[in-house]
Design a protein around this ligand. Structure first.
Ligand code: DGP
Length: 114
């Protein structure tokens, strides 16, 4: 059996996290290595390794994650805007193999991203 990811361990309460929102479907907590004054990760409780492995069955869940991302941004006072990022796979720079949505804000975002 493959090892639990750190995010699964947070879901299971085995690792501490600064949780800012949670419901039946997802959890949002502060990134341990923030890239902006506000950097929150929104993750599904369901173990989906990466966006490209989500299926039609996950359509509602994916929409929910985005709505929660916007809700968290509002809660964090990001009225001026924010950035949402999903890294997928090695070329996308994904390090933790549990789908997560980055919510970044509190500074001016630039384009292109690195
Ligand atoms: P990605 O590169 O998209 O897979 O982003 C993974 C993010 O997860 C990265 O910004 C750092 C964050 N992270 C890794 N381990 C932990 C942890 O144990 N706790 C928290 N809060 N964040 C973590």
């Amino acid at each position: 059996m493959s090892e639990k990811t750190v995010f699964k361990r947070i879901i299971d309460g085995e690792l501490p996290a600064d949780i800012v929102y949670q419901d039946d479907l997802c959890l949002a907590f502060r990134d341990i290595n923030p890239q902006a004054p506000v950097h929150v990760l929104v993750i599904p409780r369901k173990e989906i390794p990466r966006l490209s492995e989500a299926t039609d069955e996950d359509e509602g869940l994916l929409g929910h994650l985005l709505l929660v991302a916007a809700r968290v941004a509002k809660q964090e006072g990001l009225e001026g805007g924010f950035r949402v990022v999903i890294n997928d796979g090695p070329a996308g720079g994904q390090e933790v193999h549990h789908l997560h949505v980055h919510v970044l804000g509190g500074r001016q975002m630039r384009w292109p991203p690195g």
